[in-house]
Design a protein around this ligand. Structure first.
Ligand code: CP
Ligand code: NVA
Length: 310
């Protein structure tokens, strides 16, 4: 059974194939619409956390491809509370053709995949956010060209789930990756080691530092995310103080390439990790990035649910 749980699981050629498929599906949709490749197919969307982009873009992706999605809020299934995660997987997968889940613990995603009869898609866990990662690679390719070797992505802020997927994606495709943030908030060591392994295979250069200057110098893509992720709300105040020197603002952008693009997975906490001026400025690709969630997820769905692809 094939799932979509982490970019780390994909061979570089598979990742590239998904990106190409996303490009095709996007172009097709812009020309007037996609054919009903998922006619009669259904997707259950299980959420333990709030969402705007993931929820709406998956729902619309299914509709555009002729299928249907069912939203299940955190209060309905109560994953692991009302019913065990394996039992939820066993039951939902008797009804639907795929399951997308947004969870707290990544072990819940792994358990869903283990006990499901149908493909499971990770719609964000505390470990990673592979749907975001694929959409972001699509946005980078659109802005910087398909040859990512030697281009540099700088992630500024918390070594979180989004940073993890970007590290894996960049290293699989040979892109240089730097992460910069306050000491003690870097990527987990097992994640970094995995990134180093992929980088050794692809030729990516890696940097993890608390010093902004070397991380931002020569950067083609500046990326940031919230300083406190969902589930870390109690730490938000303390983190706002600790991360303050790492705000993406005009002064910081001046240190990057002139044609640098600025990315944020959203939701943004304007005035904290990013200023209004940058979020709404000429380097920002935030809205294309959000749109690309839908196109990337169409590629994931078609890859998992359609047997014969041209
Ligand atoms: N970027 C992202 O996953 O947004 P949502 O939390 O709104 O789904
Ligand atoms: N790191 C953020 C991403 C939100 C899309 C979180 O987990 O809350």
């Amino acid at each position: 059974m094939k799932h979509y749980l982490s970019i780390a699981d994909l061979a570089p050629q598979e990742l590239q194939r998904l990106l190409n498929l996303a490009v095709e599906l996007k172009e097709e949709w812009k020309r007037g619409g996609n054919p009903p490749l998922l006619k009669g197919k259904t997707l259950a969307m299980v959420f333990q956390k709030p969402s705007l982009r993931t929820r709406v873009s998956f729902d619309m992706a299914m509709i555009h491809l002729g299928g249907q999605a069912l939203y299940l809020s955190p209060f309905e299934i109560q994953l692991g509370k009302r019913e065990s995660v394996p039992d939820v997987a066993r039951v939902i997968s008797r009804y639907t053709d795929a399951i997308m889940a947004r969870v707290f613990a990544h072990s819940d995603i792994l358990a869903l995949a283990k006990y499901s009869r149908v493909p499971v898609i990770n719609g964000l866990s505390d470990y990673n956010h592979p749907c975001q990662g694929l959409a972001d690679l699509l946005t980078i390719v659109e802005n910087k060209g398909a040859a990512l070797q030697g281009k540099k992505l700088t992630f500024i802020g918390d070594g979180n789930n989004v940073a993890t997927s970007l590290l894996f994606g960049a290293c699989k495709l040979g892109m240089d990756f730097a992460i910069v943030g306050p000491p003690g908030y870097n990527l987990p060591s097992d994640v970094w080691e995995l990134g180093q392994r992929f980088a050794a295979e692809s030729g990516s250069q890696l940097l993890a530092t608390d010093d902004l200057a070397p991380a931002v110098a020569g950067s083609d893509v500046i990326y940031t995310d919230v300083w406190a992720s969902m589930g870390q709300e109690e730490e938000a105040q303390e983190r706002a103080r600790i991360f303050a020197p790492y705000q993406v603002n005009r002064e910081l952008l001046a240190q990057a390439h002139d044609d640098v693009i600025v990315m944020h997975c959203l939701p943004a906490h304007r005035g904290y990790e990013i200023t209004d001026e940058v979020a709404d400025g000429p380097h920002s690709v935030l809205w294309d990035q959000a749109e690309n969630r839908m196109h990337a997820q169409k590629a994931i769905l078609v890859d998992l649910l359609v047997e014969e692809q041209s």
